[in-house]
Structures are given as C-alpha cells and as structure tokens.
Design a protein around this ligand. Structure first.
Ligand code: SAM
Length: 382
C-alpha cells in the first residue's frame, strides 16, 4: 500500500487509522489531490490576510491538514477517528501543532475564515448542517472550494451550495473527482433545524437525531431486532458499542434499571444525540448514571470491566466498506468483558460474524434470526 503522497513540492507519509496490517486503502484520495493542486496552481494562499485563516472540513486522515502545515487553520470533522488521524499524521510528518485547531463539527466555527476547503460528506443532511454553520462565518470575500468523488456530487449536492452559499459551478473531473466552486452571495437565509426527531411507538420514546447520525430518518431494523432480543440477567455494567442515536443502550437501561450503561461512538453527533435521548426518555437517575464516550470502539478501556456488551457493528469506514472495525470491536469486547460476561451482536446474515466470534471467543450461539438478521452471543470464558 502506498503511504507516501508526493504532491506540489511536498512529500507526506500518511497512514489510515486505525492501522491494519494488511491495509489495502490509501489515507488520501484524488479529491484531496485535486484540492491541493488547485490551491497551489492558483496561489490561493496569497488571499490570506494576517489575521485570517483556512477552514478544512472533513479531512479524512490528515492529508489536507498536513499539506497546509504552514497556514493558520482549523480542521473540522464529526469523526473522532478522523480527528485522531489528523493529529497522528501531523506528528508523523513533524508538522507544528501551534497553527492548527482540531475540533468537532458541533463546536462553533472560527469567525476569521478566508478560505474554506470541504470534502463532500456521505449524507446531504450533514452537508446541509455544515453549510448552514458556514453561513454564519463567511463574507463575500471568502473563497469556498469543495471536492468529492464524481459519484458523490449530485444535482442535490450543488443545489445545497446554491441555496446556502450562492452561484455554484463544478470543474472537469480528474481521476474520478470533481471540484465545486461557490460564490458567497446569499443573504438572510432563514435558519432551519436540521436535526430531526421521530417516535418509537412501542416505548413512546422521542428520538433526536443530529445531521450525521446513522439511520437518522428511521429506526434501524437491525437495531430494533437487537432491542427486542436483549439477554436476561442481573447485568450491572453494560456497553452500547457503536451506539448511534442510543436506541440499543436505552433499551438496555429499561431492561436492567440498576445497570450503568456506557454509550460509545466515534461520531460526536451520535454521542450528543444519545445523551439527549437518554435525558428526554429515561428516568433522571438512569440518564445521570449513564456515560457517553466519543472513542474508537473500546480502545483504551480497562480490561475485565463490563458484564454485557451490545453491538450493531458498523460496516463502513468513511466511504469504504470494511469488516475491520467489527473485528476490532469484537476483540476489544473480549478484553473488556469480565469472565462470564457476554457480547451480544446483531448482524446481516451474510456478514458471517459467527465465524469471527468463534475465532475470538471460542464459542458463539445463535440467539435469534429472521430473514435478514441474526443475533449472536459469545461468552468470555476463563
Ligand atoms: N446502535 C445504533 C443502531 O443500532 O441503530 C447504530 C448502529 S450503526 C450500524 C454503527 C455505529 O457505529 C454508527 O453509529 C457509527 O458511527 C459507529 N462507529 C463506526 N466506527 C466506530 C468506531 N471505530 N468506534 C465506535 N463507533 C463506531
């Protein structure tokens, strides 16, 4: 796997994180390259005044943050893994940390922004959230350039730029990526609430979903199946691993009222939604006893701590489909379970999580199944 990016007079060594032994994917893509080349060919840096800075939105693994190391900048993402990767790749390339702020997308954007580079995210709702926030800090002099794979740039994508920023055009495609240029023109756009709320009828819970939360428009059917198949037992320390809006952990809090539930996700928006949902829907003492942690799975958690870990595993990292994350989550779950503790997961039938669990735990029981999903249970033995 090529981990060296040679571009516009810089050589950067960039790793994806978490790093896998047999990694087949690069830590940057042709959209990153297009943005860097456009910036340097057009000498955009010349437009930056002394007190002005650059905003880098959705830099996946740090290619942009590292390349623009000489420039005052803020890197913004909803992904804990991306923000950690940016920091690690900056260290790897000896970039100074003094002229960069790395922050999640729920925080306020800086106000002295002159140049904005955006990598187009997977969902329109998250793009709309970002553009709405961007509106608050840009002026007609702000230069905005976005980039993405051709198959991620649709008429609806460009329509959002037109709506929130102003006249928008695209470049020719290069290596299957395209640039988007938007002129800041629009004024007085009414503020729109992008987070949405819907109800789970059975429990009458009102579920809040920030713009970038998994399955934000409806209850995920895998998650629903897991909620309906929680194990019985006197559990006291439970984890909802990859919690999204928190529905599985909330079902656990209801099923085991004395348990402390820890919600973990790598999306800041997911953790904030889970926190809101516990507070709105479960008794106060239970939501106060819950913990909400933005993290890469259980990395860094203490061994032998939890007696039940529940998981509806992710099968994407950024745009790539992968089972690496599920694999690490299962390994880390075994490490963090007490002896006799259980990992209970839901998965699409075809994903063959059974084989993984048998290899890691030495056992795996099929608890329930329907046409699409299986619920699997693995117990940590001494
Ligand atoms: N539990 C929720 C449900 O059932 O609707 C969401 C399940 S969704 C399939 C997987 C979740 O894992 C997503 O919310 C995603 O943000 C999160 N995730 C992905 N990679 C992660 C990682 N490395 N560490 C923690 N969470 C992760």
């Amino acid at each position: 796997m090529n981990e060296t990016l040679n571009i516009a007079e810089q050589t950067l060594v960039l790793h994806r994180h978490p790093r896998n032994k047999q990694e087949t994917l690069q830590a940057w893509d042709s959209a990153d390259e297009y943005l860097i080349n456009y910036f340097t060919d057009n000498e955009l840096g010349k437009h930056l005044g002394a007190d002005e800075q650059m905003l880098l939105i959705n830099d996946s693994f740090g290619a942009l943050s590292c390349y623009f190391q000489e420039i005052e900048r803020t890197a913004i993402s909803d992904s804990y893994i991306s923000l950690s990767s940016i920091k690690l790749n900056m260290q790897r390339n000896n970039c100074s940390e003094e002229n960069i702020v790395v922050q999640d997308s729920l925080q306020n954007f800086p106000s002295n922004v002159k140049i904005v580079l955006i990598k187009i995210p997977k969902t329109l709702s998250y793009l709309e959230f970002l553009l709405q926030k961007l509106r608050e800090v840009i002026t007609p002099e702000t230069i905005i350039v976005a980039a993405g794979k051709v198959n991620m740039i649709h008429n609806s994508t460009l329509a959002l730029f037109e709506q929130y920023i102003g006249s928008t055009k695209t470049s020719l495609a290069k290596k299957k990526s395209r640039l988007i240029f938007s002129l800041v023109e629009q004024q007085n756009i009414p503020e729109k609430e992008i987070a949405i709320t819907w109800e789970i009828e059975k429990q009458q819970w009102k579920i809040h979903n920030h713009a970038n939360v998994f399955s934000r428009n409806h209850l995920d059917i895998g998650g629903r199946f897991l909620m309906d198949n929680l194990p019985e037992g006197p559990f006291s320390k439970v984890v909802d691993l990859g919690c999204g809006n928190g529905i599985v952990g909330m079902a656990a809090a209801e099923a085991y009222p004395n348990a402390q539930v820890t919600f973990i996700d790598e999306s800041y928006m997911a953790i904030d939604s889970a926190r809101i949902n516990m507070a709105k829907n479960l008794p106060e003492d239970q939501s106060e006893n819950a913990r909400f942690v933005v993290n890469n799975g259980l990395v860094g958690f203490k061994p032998k701590t939890y007696d039940l870990i529940l998981c509806n595993p992710p099968f994407h990292q950024q745009q790539a489909i992968t089972d690496n994350i599920a694999w690490s989550m299962f390994n880390d779950a075994r490490f963090c379970l007490v002896d006799g503790g259980e990992l209970v997961i839901v998965g699409n039938r075809h994903l063959d999580y059974q084989d993984k669990l048998e290899r890691i735990f030495g056992n795996c029981e099929l608890v329930s199944e329907n046409q699409k999903f299986v619920i699997l249970r693995a117990v940590k033995e001494d």
